[in-house]
Write a protein that binds this ligand. Sequence first.
Ligand SMILES: *Cc1c(COP(=O)(O)O)cnc(C)c1O
Length: 400
Amino acid sequence: MKDLSGASFQTRAVHAGERAPRGEFTPVATPIWPTVGYLYESMDDLDAVFARTRPGHVYLRYSNPTVEAFENAVANLERAEAAQAYGSGMAAIHSALLGCGVKAGASVLAALDLYGATHTLLNSLLSTMGVTVHMVDVGDLDRVESTLRETKPVCLLVESISNPLLKVADVPALASLAHRHGASLLVDNTFASPWLCNPLTLGADYAIHSATKYLSGHGDVLAGVVATTQENKNKLFELNKLVGSVLGPFEAWLALRGLKTLPLRVKQQCVNALQVAKWLESHPRVRKVNHPGLLSHPHHALAESLFQGRGYGGVLSFEIKDADREQVFRFMESLRVCLPATTLGDIYSLALHPATSSHRSLTEEERARVGIPEGLVRLSLGIESPEDILADLKAALEKK
Ligand SMILES: *Cc1c(COP(=O)(O)O)cnc(C)c1O
C-alpha cells in the first residue's frame, strides 16, 4: 500500500506511518527492530537474501538487525570471526554441542565441575538420546588425555572459570590435547567474560556465554551467545533456523547496551571479589575460600598467565565452617547488601547456596563427587563499594 489517500480509516490505521524510506543518516545507538518480516524492491532481491548471496533479513527466526549488532559486538570482543545469539545460555550450550557434531552414537567429554544445568543437560537429556558422556577433572591433563584416547569424544566441554569452585581451565593445553584426538574444544566463558579471557585466541573452537550474566550485566535479560569461526557459525545459523532458540530484538538491545560497560563493571567486580576473598580467608567462621586471585588457590599461577593481570573474576565461593543447611539459610537471610538471588554477574552483589539451587538437580553423591558441600556459599560481587559488602558479610557471619 504505497498511497493511502483513498483508503478507508480501517486500512489507514493499519498502514499509516509505517515503512518510511530510511533517510541519509545513521543512528548513533542501534535501534530495536521488532519486525518479523522485510520488504525488498523486487522478488529477485528477496530470493538472493534467502540464498544468502546478498546481505539482508527475511524472517525473525533467521536473523534480525538488532540481534546481529549484538552478535557482531560479541564476536569482536571475543576476537572471533562470528557469533550466533540465543534466547538463553543453555540454548547456546545445547546448540554448540549439536553444532560440533554431538548426535546419537557420539561421545562427549566434559569437566566434572560444570554449571548445574549443563551437568544435567549432558547426563539427563543427551544421555537418553544415545550420547555417551564422560566427566573428568580437567585439571588432571593426563586423565583428560587418556580419556580422550579411550572414548574418542567429538568434543571436550569445559568452563574457563568453573562454577561454583572457581577452578581455572588450562585452555591452551586442553585445546592441543582435544585437537590431537580429533575433538573440538568448547569453552563456557561466562564466568571469565571476554574481558579476562578470549578462548578462541588460546586455541578453543567455540566460546560460549550465558549473556544473562556479565555481558548484559544488569540482571534484566536472559540471553546466550556462541563465538566461533564463520564456518561453524553458518552451521549454528542453519541449525537455529530449525530449532528457533532465538534471542528477541528487545533482549538483544539490552544485551548490546550492557556490553558497553563490560570492562568497567568487571574491573570493579574483580577488585571487590579479591578484597572480599582475602577478608573471608582470615575469618574464623570460614573453612575455605575458592577464588583464583588467592595465593592459596591451586590455579592461581595459571589464572595469572591466562588473564594477564586483568583480574581473577568477580565470583568466589566459601565454606562456612561446620554449617548445616539451617545455618547457611540463616546466614543468607541475614544479608542486607548482598542479595540471595539465583544469578550472577550483575551489578548487584549476589549470594547463592549451590546445593539447593544451581546444583540442586545433582544427587547428593554427585555433589560429593564434584566437591560441593552443604556449607558452600557462592558470592558474585557487584559494583557496590567493597566496604559495604564486607560490613554486610561480617554482620551476617557473626550474627548470634
Ligand atoms: C547461567 C549460566 C549458564 C546458563 O545460562 P542461562 O542464560 O541461564 O540459560 C550456563 N553456564 C554458566 C557458567 C552460567 O553461569
